[in-house]
Ligand binder design. Structure first.
Ligand SMILES: Cc1cc2nc3c(=O)[nH]c(=O)nc-3n(C[C@H](O)[C@H](O)[C@H](O)COP(=O)(O)OP(=O)(O)OC[C@H]3O[C@@H](n4cnc5c(N)ncnc54)[C@H](O)[C@@H]3O)c2cc1C
Length: 568
């Protein structure tokens, strides 16, 4: 008998929202996370969450249009329409769960401006929005009594006859490896930012779910679309939220010039992220930066605005760079932040072919939501504050659809071979001879090569270099030892497995990048600087093989919006 109807892997906003909705649909649902749920990366989200709910001249259609345009017309318009339509109700749902959003002077839910948006439609809790929502959702999980496997690390998906039947996971406290079965599995395992160095992402963002599904035969979509955020702090790459610019901060170069006026005359600092990051990189390359940075200037906002609405980033800049943003401009530069690509799903969050789209199939019973998935609402470039929205909208749908699917499944028991195979593989890692290689060193080499060649500006040669380096690291990984042999919280073993996942994701990122012969969204090739709608209005799709990534393309879903030249 299956342990659960639905198992949600991941306890960030997508995972928790999925678990809450599956619970409310009446299923036996469990949630599993490699860290304590409220330590998921969603906790770090600062700026806010979008919805066209504020009234005035804003509308759902405007939100849809901005998102389609922001995606550089690569986003699937059916998915974007769905997300933007559901957004207002989801904000109200969150409010009813207990999220205390900031309010305006009249006591209504308050909004702030964000990049690429025609109207101020970002709802927020100071600059700790993710934390505020995540904690409220965790309360809902506790209240519902949802079974939560906390600090369990998923090592494998259990697949029998092409269907996902649960996971093999290590209970990190004891080192015990166990099978947890379910009639449907939802992957909500977040992004893969740590394949880049530096990154704004937490150390746990290692693409585990993407890699597990990829190796199991699912398709990764648009993996080349990696977002560099325009304002990451000099030195360590910690994020300074776009909300700073939403509140009115400027970007200035070494000459004190507000350079975005040249690149995006209308939207300036609030153009979309790919545009702002490229502008900064150009300023720096052309010699108008200081030590590889330009500056975020908040001085004119005044101490009160900064200390009430941006208190957290004030603290970050002060603690890590020794800069008081009330009186000094802060050195910043573009830094890896988000992956638009991920595990391909349809709008029902299913990661397999139910719509008959030619060219992709995958593992039945496997659903995905949040940053790990690519339902393709962000296309080539995500708008700020649309990611939290994606997590809750598609998390909710995933919960509902997984319950529907599970109801149609007969009970089953699984073969013992899955657990045995994982145990044997892990024992094999412990038995490896110490050849002097270390996980941390390979991880750093990976991050640096990706940050050099798969960043804001790319070209054929650089991407080939990165792909070759990733292959070399994958070879070295095959002999990489696990030094620490203990059972209790063996982080050496965990880091080892995470590295393997990041390498596979990096392989897919390079493969997607090399396939796409144009510039679109975050994928800007200096050797092919134009967008080519005739040949490349399509998704890149990558599947796994022993010999390396296999690539193909898939059509983009269009509804009402024809591609236009993108100006801000
Ligand atoms: C610093 C920062 C600020 C951001 N600010 C904003 C913002 O203001 N607005 C916005 O819209 N977006 C923002 N984003 C993006 C957004 O926060 C993320 O895309 C989103 O929170 C991802 O949520 P998620 O639920 O998909 O994954 P996560 O929150 O990353 O959660 C992943 C979960 O999967 C679990 N997991 C992963 N691998 C395994 C495994 N092998 N076994 C078991 N469990 C596993 C983890 O434990 C975790 O619980 C920000 C991102 C960062 C990094």
């Amino acid at each position: 008998m299956a342990d659960h109807d639905v198992l949600v892997v991941g306890a960030g906003l997508a995972g928790m929202r999925a678990a809450i909705s599956a619970y409310r649909s009446g299923a036996d649902v469990a949630m599993m996370s490699k860290v304590h749920p409220v330590r998921s990366h969603s906790n770090a989200a600062q700026g806010g969450i979008n919805a066209a709910l504020g009234g005035g001249e804003d509308s759902v259609d405007s939100h849809i249009y901005d998102t389609v345009k922001g995606s550089d017309y690569l986003g699937d318009q059916d998915a974007i329409e769905l997300m933007c339509r559901e957004a207002p109700q989801e904000i109200i749902n969150l409010e009813h769960m207990g999220v205390i959003f900031n309010r305006d002077d009249e006591g209504r839910l308050g909004t702030r401006a964000f990049g690429g948006a025609s109207y101020a439609r970002t709802f927020f809790v100071a600059d700790i929005t993710g934390q505020a929502i995540l904690h409220v959702m965790y309360e809902q999980i506790l209240k519902a009594g949802v079974r939560s496997y906390e600090e369990w690390f998923v090592t494998d998906l259990i697949i029998e006859d092409g269907e996902c039947r649960g996971v093999i996971a290590m209970e990190m406290l004891t080192g015990k490896i166990k099978a947890v079965t379910a009639k449907a599995v939802i992957l909500a395992t977040g992004g893969v930012g740590r394949a880049f160095e530096p990154s704004t992402n937490a150390l746990i963002c290692t693409g585990d779910g993407m890699a597990l599904a990829y190796r199991a035969g699912s398709t990764l979509l648009d993996m080349e679309m990696v977002q560099y955020h325009p304002t990451t702090l000099a030195g360590n790459g910690v994020l300074l939220t776009e909300a700073a610019r939403g509140e009115g901060a400027y970007l200035i170069n070494s000459e004190g010039e507000r350079f975005m006026e040249k690149y995006a005359p209308k939207m300036k600092e609030l153009a979309s992220r790919d545009v702002v990051s490229r502008s900064e990189a150009t300023e720096i390359e052309e010699g108008r930066g200081v030590d590889g940075c330009v500056f975020l200037d908040l001085r004119h906002l005044g101490a009160e605005t900064i200390m009430t609405r941006l208190k957290y980033i004030h603290e970050v800049a002060y603690d890590f760079a020794g800069v008081d943003m009330v009186t000094q401009p802060v050195p910043i530069r573009p830094g890896q932040h988000y992956i638009m690509g991920g595990l391909k799903t349809d709008v029902d969050t299913r990661a397999w072919d139910v719509t008959g789209t030619a060219g992709w199939d995958g593992v039945k019973g496997l659903f995905a939501a949040g940053e790990t998935a690519c339902v393709s609402v962000h296309g080539g470039n995500r708008l700020g504050a649309n990611s939290l929205l994606e997590t809750v909208v598609f998390g909710k749908i995933a919960g509902e659809k997984a319950v529907e699917y599970a109801r149609d499944q007969k009970d089953f028991s699984i073969s013992d071979s899955h657990l045995a195979a994982t145990k044997e593989r892990i024992q094999g890692l412990f038995d490896r001879a110490d050849n002097g290689e270390r996980t941390a060193a390979i991880r750093l080499e990976l991050g640096q090569i990706m940050n050099e060649h798969m960043a804001v500006f790319r070209n054929e040669e650089g991407m080939q270099t990165a792909a070759a380096k990733v292959r070399e690291l994958q070879e070295r990984y095959k002999a990489l030892p696990v030094i620490h042999k203990g059972a209790v919280y063996n982080t050496d073993l965990i880091f080892h497995m995470e590295l393997g996942n990041m390498l596979d994701c990096a392989e897919a990122i390079c493969a997607g990048g090399l396939l796409r012969k144009e510039s679109r969204g975050a994928h800007f090739r200096k050797d092919m600087p134009e967008r080519d709608d005739e040949n490349w209005m399509k998704h890149t799709a990558v599947t796994y093989s022993e010999e390396g990534a296999q690539v193909t393309t898939l059509p983009v879903a269009m509804t009402r919006w024809e591609p236009q030249k993108r100006v801000y």
